[in-house]
Design a protein around this ligand. Structure first.
Ligand code: SF4
Length: 383
C-alpha cells in the first residue's frame, strides 16, 4: 500500500529548505501543557542564543545556500517566547539572514510563533520591515485561555495576548491563531470568539501533547473535532475561515499529501531545529518523549546544515516516522492519518514510535466523519 521506495527517493533528493530556530529557551508565561518545558533538557540550554551561535548559524546558512540551489528558504523563529530575544538582536538576526539569502538569490520567508504578550508597535514595524509572518497562541475567550495559559504567578494572560493581537491587526497584519483543544469546552464558543469577536479568519486547534506513557491523562477529542468540522463546513468555510488541521484532513482524504506537516498525513519527519546552544535536532515536540540524547544531530558550531542528513540519529528518526505499527498499516486511513503526530506515537516501554497515535480512536472517528461528509458533498455536486 505504501510507496516506501518513492519516499526514500524523495528523502535522498530532499534539500533542507527550512529551519526552526530557537532564539530563546525561556518564556514569560507558564502554560501548564507546554511541551517545551516538559523536556528537562531545556533547563540545561542557553536561555538565549549567544552571538557566537548566531554567527555560526549565519555562516552555515550561507554555505548551505551556496551549495544547494534553493528558490526560497523558510526560517521559523521559535522559543520559549522568541520576542524575549529583544528588538536589537532580532533585527540583527533578521537582517543577517536576509542579506545572506539576497546574496545567494534565495527568497527568504520568516514566520514567528509568539504568545503575543510583548508585541508593541515597534515589533510590528520590525515584522513589516522584514516581512515576518507572526502567529499568536491563544486558546479562546478568557475562561478557556486562562485555564492553562497562565503567567509565572498563575495569573490570567488573556488581556496581554489580546493586546498583542489588536496591535498587530491595527498595523495591518492578519493574525493566524494557534490554540490547544480543550475537549471539555464548546468548539462553537471558541470559533465564535476567534471569528466574530476578534476578526480572525485563519487558525488551528491542536490536540494536546501526550505519549503512551501518559495514557491515563488523555481525554477523547473526537466529539470536539467532529463538531468543529460541522461548524466549519456549515457556517464558517463559506465566509473564508480556514482551520489548518481540518483542511489537511480533507486534503489527505482526497489524496493530497503534505509532507511538511508533522501532525496529519503519512510522511517522513523533516523539521530540523537549531537550539539556542547551536545543537541541531529533531522537531521540538519530540521533547515530550524524553528521548533527547537520540534526537540531536550535531551542532552548527562545527557541522554543515546538510550533515544532518547523514547523521545516524536523524536517519533513525526518519525511519521511525515512516515505520507504522501493524494496526496503522492495516488502517483504511493510514495515508491520511500517517499514524498521528510522531510524539503521540511514542512509548518508553520499547523506546519507539512504532505505535498508533494516543488519539487513534479519535482520529478514526474524525476521519470517518469527514469522509462521510466529503462523500455526501461530492455526490451532491455530481448529481
Ligand atoms: S487512525 Fe489510528 S490506526 Fe489509523 S493510521 Fe491513524 S493512528 Fe493508525
Amino acid at each position: 500500500m505504501f510507496k516506501l521506495s518513492a519516499i526514500i527517493d524523495y528523502m535522498n533528493q530532499w534539500t533542507i529548505s527550512s529551519l526552526l530556530v530557537k532564539v530563546v529557551a525561556t518564556c514569560n508565561l507558564k502554560c501548564s501543557y507546554c511541551f517545551w518545558f516538559r523536556d528537562p533538557v531545556v533547563k540545561t540550554q542557553f536561555s538565549m542564543m549567544p552571538t557566537k551561535v548566531m554567527n555560526a548559524l549565519m555562516t552555515r546558512l550561507d554555505e548551505h545556500l551556496r551549495s544547494n540551489i534553493l528558490e526560497s528558504f523558510h526560517m521559523i523563529i521559535h522559543g520559549g517566547e522568541p520576542l524575549l530575544f529583544g528588538k536589537k538582536r532580532m533585527r540583527d538576526f533578521l537582517h543577517q539572514t536576509q542579506e545572506i539569502c539576497h546574496k545567494n538569490k534565495t527568497r527568504i520567508n520568516f514566520s514567528l510563533q509568539t504568545n503575543g504578550s510583548l508585541i508593541d508597535s515597534e515589533w510590528c514595524q520590525i515584522f513589516r520591515e522584514y516581512s515576518v509572518s507572526p502567529g499568536v497562541s491563544l486558546d479562546g475567550p478568557p475562561k478557556m485561555n486562562d485555564q492553562f495559559r497562565k503567567d509565572h504567578h498563575s495569573r490570567s494572560t488573556y488581556e496581554q495576548t489580546l493586546g498583542g493581537i489588536k496591535t498587530l491587526q491595527e498595523t495591518g497584519f492578519s493574525v493566524p491563531l494557534l490554540a490547544v483543544c480543550n475537549p471539555n469546552e464548546d468548539p462553537e464558543e471558541l470559533v465564535k470568539h476567534f471569528v466574530e469577536e476578534l476578526g480572525i479568519n485563519t487558525f488551528d486547534i491542536l490536540m494536546p501533547d501526550f505519549t503512551h506513557d501518559e495514557i491515563e491523562k488523555i481525554q477523547s477529542v473526537a466529539a470536539f473535532y467532529v463538531r468543529l468540522f460541522d461548524l466549519w463546513i456549515d457556517k464558517y468555510r463559506s465566509r473564508g475561515v480556514r482551520i489548518r488541521s481540518l483542511e489537511l484532513m480533507v486534503g489527505t482524504l482526497l489524496g493530497f499529501l503534505d509532507r511538511t506537516n508533522e501532525s496529519i498525513g503519512y510522511g517522513p519527519m523533516q523539521i530540523v531545529t537549531v537550539y539556542t546552544d547551536g545543537k541541531l535536532g529533531a522537531t521540538d515536540s519530540l521533547g515530550i518523549s524524553n528521548y533527547q540524547s537520540k534526537m540531536k544531530f550535531g551542532t552548527i558550531l562545527d557541522q554543515s546544515i546538510d550533515s544532518v542528513k547523514s547523521c545516524a540519529n536523524y536517519q533513525r528518526l526518519v525511519n521511525e516516522s515512516l515505520t507504522l505499527s501493524s494496526k496503522c498499516m492495516e488502517c483504511e486511513y493510514a495515508l491520511s492519518c500517517g499514524g498521528g503526530m510522531l510524539a503521540h506515537r511514542y512509548s518508553s516501554k520499547d523506546q519507539s514510535y512504532r505505535h498508533p497515535s494516543v488519539y487513534c480512536n479519535d482520529l478514526l472517528a474524525i476521519f470517518k466523519h469527514i469522509q462521510k461528509r466529503v462523500e455526501r458533498c461530492l455526490k451532491w455536486r455530481i448529481a
